[in-house]
Design a protein around this ligand. Structure first.
Ligand code: NDP
Length: 271
């Protein structure tokens, strides 16, 4: 009984654990990296924007109880060699990997009638989906050793997509299916795989680009607010922790109970 309670108590202590969060140069990924650092993890901050990575890394170091400077890796996840370097650099620096958070993504507005729809579609799938598959492929030997886990960031749009986000909604539905299938394959190796479906999250460029979009969502949300990156980070920490030791192949909606209605969906994502 005492062991059982102790494991629950220490479930969210990530001291000594290594957490790689893609898309951690800003937004939700930045929030996830910071919370893991606060809980003692050694984190990897990555993205394409060098100055953003450096800025997040400084904050992460301040939050880390041991004042650990995180590993910083500039990588474009559309490039296979960059993904390979990201994993190799992580293992070279830390010697292990415990948690892989596949968070990086883009969510442009599109319709099938756009002239450039196909190239646009390729870009969404190459950013939102393909890197997840390759990263899990490269990381799984290390996750097997650490009995680690993978968290894939999907979206409520993966369940109930707006008409104006064909490529995005499809990519995020596929992320959920990917997680479920990977959970089946990797579970027997001791690796858990789960998905988070955020609702509208107030990240910097949504606030700037989709002025008013977040306000449209609030009345549709029973909890009457939009999410902050920390709301998603808390779910990620739970799924990565020992508290979720028997949870795999599932998805958690972190959306305040969001109830889309059609006009809200249109307004939310129409520029
Ligand atoms: P942001 O645009 O704020 O951040 C996206 C992150 O992904 C950045 O760190 C960016 O890094 C990185 N990224 C994008 N493209 C690439 C690439 N080719 N190579 C490497 N890194 C890349 O987005 P959010 O934080 O809002 O979204 C994060 C995830 O959450 C996404 O998967 C998104 O679909 C999902 N989501 C977001 C919601 C929201 O309301 N914000 C709602 C539901 C889901 P850099 O610019 O440095 O390359």
């Amino acid at each position: 009984m005492i062991d059982y309670l102790a494991s629950a108590q220490h479930g969210k202590n990530f001291t000594g654990k290594v957490v790689l969060v893609t898309g951690s140069s800003t937004g939700i990924g930045e929030g996830i990296a910071k919370l893991f650092a606060l809980l003692g993890a050694r984190v990897v901050v990555t993205g394409r924007n060098v100055s953003r990575i450096q800025s997040v890394a400084q904050d992460v170091q301040q939050l880390s109880p041991q004042k650990l400077m995180p590993l910083q890796v500039v990588a474009d996840l559309r490039v296979d060699a960059d993904i390979e370097r990201l994993v190799k650099t992580t293992i070279d620096a830390y010697g292990r990997l415990d948690v892989l958070v596949n968070n990086a993504g883009i969510y442009p507005v599109d319709t099938i009638r756009d002239d450039n729809f196909m190239s646009h579609c390729d870009d969404v799938f190459q950013t939102n989906l393909r890197p997840m598959v390759k990263l899990v492929n490269l990381a799984s030997p290390y996750l097997q050793k650490s009995k680690g886990n993978v968290i894939d960031i999907s979206s409520v749009a993966g369940i109930d997509p707006p008409a104006t986000q064909l490529a995005y909604g499809t990519s995020k539905a596929t992320v959920m299916q990917l997680s479920r299938v990977l959970a089946l394959e990797l579970g027997p190796l001791g690796i858990r795989v789960n998905t988070i479906n955020p609702g509208a999250v107030a990240v910097q460029h949504i606030v700037e680009e989709f002025a008013g979009a977040l306000d449209v969502v609030v009345p549709q949300t029973p909890l009457r607010r939009y999410a902050l990156p920390l709301d998603i980070a808390k779910a990620a920490v739970f799924l990565a922790s020992d508290d979720a030791a028997f949870i795999t192949g599932t998805n958690i909606l972190v959306d305040g109970g969001l109830e889309w209605n059609y006009p809200a969906k249109i307004q939310c994502y129409t520029r």
